[in-house]
Ligand binder design. Structure first.
Ligand code: ADP
Ligand code: ZN
Ligand code: ZN
Length: 736
């Protein structure tokens, strides 16, 4: 029963209510429970929460329920990480319980104990040694056995160097030829291999990082192929030499086996990788290894920013401009920005690297708030790619490609090189049109203002798919409006380019790399691995703009970017400029010189002209001036309140009510800041059958924006209208 002399535990629970929940500790002589996970009853359910605070006993509140169970023998969250997560809850104006649920790996969120963190390794048994000559030569088990004969290998190493090793290991194990054994995480690190001698600019950057003391945000702004990763490796090695942990964030698509192998080979310590391809157990193990200080280098995608770092020495954010760092649902945090917050709290340097820094970061670097380190030339023998614009006005196109493009592709293949054809539109064609009456296939669940959005044609015209909501259906055999059979795919997607190139260049492999063809990360690696150094063509979307390095890539063809030149979103030009530079940067990264052909109907468009003649920095300077004039970030702070529902009315009613609450909060502070615009329809007013609207808050200063939100958000939660919509608040939105 509840002991009225026991302290009151204030528990953060993963529910969308902006408060903590009071429970009674199980006993009066409680140890400090702050940061421990507990299991509690919540209405009819049981939830796992984290104790956020402990208050004195409340004998006058006998109805308080005791917690059901303490889940941790010692606080799981404490120190810097807990403080930073509390900061994140305040900054996103989200319930602490939901922030903690986002930050913890799923297994821990469910209440499972902190897992074991020893590593697993494989070795041959005596029987295996004896049986080695009898295994079928060249089979996977035989190759694995040969590898293990040389030395035992840990599973991380096997992941990096032997595709499909798990099945082979199981087969050996079943025959008693190999066994799995536990090793301390640090036991089987390879000896570090030396890297190239740093170039002077690289050395200057390495020295600057080494000299940094305490919190020091730094931008490493280096052209593609300039050796940024080399600088990270040196900085991490320095950090390890000081006995500290390093955390490296990479974009979703950047965490390739190639990159991990490079880190593992060079650092001489185990490198823990964490990303969405791991199962819950594996993720929890990496988190626990970091928590215990055993993991010395953690490399991971967005959510790795929540890794505990008891001995932190350095945080690196590679490709800091990458959109995958922003979480787009739930707690909408930005991993780069949170990495900076953590680095400050941890008093360690944080290194942001990019060839195309975000305008926010560039503004901070040129304004002196960040150290500005630059690598202006490609490392080693590699030269910058030569960029040429092809004017395709009035030229015949086949699958969106002009004859000069085909000629250049043929020449590059003849010279033994590889070609990348970049088109940021997957599928066969973006639209299916009736040539007789003008009907086009539209998604019944998406669109706005009485209009649908075109469904993309897939599978050579047999299937339609909506890229906004995933809705699929077979393509109709005849026009539903006029029964004509003249249905024609309009425009060009990657599938169609692949089809045409395969016909034009029948002697080389044509590989398509997009989310349709390579849903799984390994699929892309396998495709690229199979291609090897042979001449061939890659066709793909922005998945090809980074990731795996292709030494033989000599030509990059960019097609179909014209629609991006005229988009309404204030960030669209920044994104396009970054994408173009990054894709172009894939060419000529090694010995082979690189060329880029950019095909457009708008050769005089200022964005292209600036990028080609002045480079990314000229573009960025212009774009920043425009942002300043228009009062957009980084010269203003924004927040977006979004709402959606099955009917159009409730989102507008909710946002209208929220607007009143916000206006009162602004007035109470005696100002007109932040400015509030809306409610207005979302850029896509209907998606997946939901009607969507939004309210934009904008302020020249962050504190004014946050003060208004702080005052208003609890009242917004309490609005009657809030119960009839799905709503969310996005501080620092990247898409408006
Ligand atoms: P980035 O991260 O800027 O794209 P990387 O660090 O991957 O660049 O380097 C690009 C290529 O140049 C890699 O093949 C790398 O091994 C090589 N490289 C980097 N630094 C040097 C150097 N100082 N000397 C010779 N080659 C280098
Ligand atoms: Zn028709
Ligand atoms: Zn749709």
């Amino acid at each position: 029963m509840s002991d009225p002399a026991a302290p009151v535990l204030q528990v953060a629970l993963p529910v969308p209510l902006p408060r903590l929940f009071d429970y009674r500790a199980p006993d009066a002589a409680a140890p400090d429970d702050v940061g421990r996970r507990v299991r509690v009853g919540f209405g009819p359910r049981e939830l796992v929460g984290v104790v956020a605070a402990v208050g004195p006993p409340a004998p006058d509140a006998p109805e308080l329920r005791p917690i059901l169970e303490r889940l941790d023998p010692a606080p799981l969250l404490h120190g810097e990480l807990f403080d930073s997560l509390r900061w994140l809850a305040r900054y996103t104006h989200a319930p602490l319980g939901e922030v903690l649920a986002t930050a913890l790996p799923a297994a821990l969120r469910r209440g499972e104990p902190l897992p074991d963190t020893h590593a697993w390794a494989w070795r041959l048994t005596a029987q295996g040694e004896a049986a080695l000559p009898g295994l079928r030569t060249g089979s996977r088990p035989a190759r694995l056995a040969a590898l293990l004969q040389a030395s035992a290998r840990d599973e991380d190493a096997l992941d990096a160097q032997f595709e499909g090793w798990r099945a082979a290991a199981r087969s050996l194990q079943q025959r008693g030829l190999a066994e799995r054994f536990a090793v301390p995480a640090s036991a089987i690190a390879p000896a570090p291999q030396p890297g190239p001698t740093p170039e002077p600019e690289q050395q200057a950057a390495i020295d600057a990082i080494r000299a940094a003391d305490g919190f020091a945000p730094m931008l490493l702004d280096g052209v593609t192929g300039s050796g940024k990763t080399e600088v990270y490796l040196h900085a991490i090695a320095d950090c390890l030499a000081r006995g500290r942990q390093a955390l490296v964030l990479v974009p979703e698509i950047g965490l390739t086996p190639q990159l991990l192998a490079r880190f593992r080979a060079r650092l001489g310590v185990p490198v823990h990788a964490t990303h969405s391809g791991l199962n819950d157990n594996e993720r929890a193990r990496v988190w626990a290894a970091a928590w215990r200080g055993e993991a010395r280098v953690v490399v991971g995608t967005r959510s790795a920013v929540f890794t505990p770092l008891p001995d932190a020495g350095l945080i690196v954010v590679d490709e800091e401009h990458d959109a995958s760092y922003k979480q787009q649902d739930g707690i909408r945090y930005h991993a780069r920005d949170f990495a900076i917050v953590r680095a400050r709290a941890l008093a360690v340097p944080v290194l942001l690297g990019s060839a195309t820094p975000s305008l926010e970061t560039l503004h901070n670097a040129t304004g002196g708030r960040y150290r500005y380190l630059r690598l202006s030339r490609r490392a080693g023998a590699a030269r910058p790619p030569e960029v040429r614009v092809t004017d395709v006005r009035k030229r015949p196109l086949e699958a969106g490609l002009s004859q000069p493009m085909f000629d250049a592709i043929g020449a590059e293949l003849d010279a033994g090189g590889q070609v990348l054809v970049f088109r940021n539109r997957r599928g066969y064609a973006p639209v299916l049109l009736c040539h007789d009456c003008g009907w086009s296939a539209q998604c019944p669940r998406c669109g706005g203002a009485g209009q649908g959005r075109p469904m993309t044609v897939h599978a050579q015209g047999r299937r339609l798919q909506c890229h906004h909501c995933g809705h699929r259906r077979p393509a109709p055999p005849a026009c539903p409006d006029c029964a004509s059979l003249a249905l024609q795919p309009q425009g060009v997607g990657t599938e169609r380019i692949e089809e045409v190139l395969a016909v034009r260049f029948p002697d080389v492999p044509v590989l398509r790399i997009d989310r349709g063809s390579t849903r799984r990360r390994d699929a892309m690696e396998r495709l690229l691995g199979d291609l090897g150094e042979r001449p061939g063509i890659l066709v793909g979307t922005q998945m090809l703009a980074k990731g795996h390095d292709l030494a033989q890539l000599g030509l990059v063809c960019v097609v179909g970017i014209d629609e991006g030149l005229y988009s309404a979103d204030f960030r669209s030009h920044e994104k396009l400029a970054q994408l173009l530079i990054q894709v172009a940067g894939r060419a000529g990264r090694a010995q082979r010189p690189g060329r880029v052909l950019l095909q457009t109907h708008h050769p005089d468009h200022p964005l292209l002209a600036t990028l080609i003649h002045g480079g990314y920095h000229a573009f960025a300077a212009e774009a920043l001036a425009l942002r300043e004039a228009a009062g957009f970030p980084p010269f203003a702070s924004l927040a977006l309140l979004r709402a959606e529902a099955r009917h159009a009315g409730p989102p507008l009613a909710f946002l209208q009510a929220a607007r009143q609450v916000l206006e009162q909060a602004v007035a109470a502070r005696g100002g007109e800041d932040p400015a509030i615009s809306g409610p207005m329809p979302a850029p896509m007013p209907r998606r997946a059958g939901m009607h969507r609207a939004q309210l934009l808050l904008s302020s020249p200063t962050r504190p004014a924006l946050h003060a208004a939100l702080h005052a208003a958000v609890p009242a917004i939660h309490a609005l009657a209208e809030a119960r009839r919509v799905r709503w969310s608040l996005d501080v620092d939105p990247v898409d408006l």
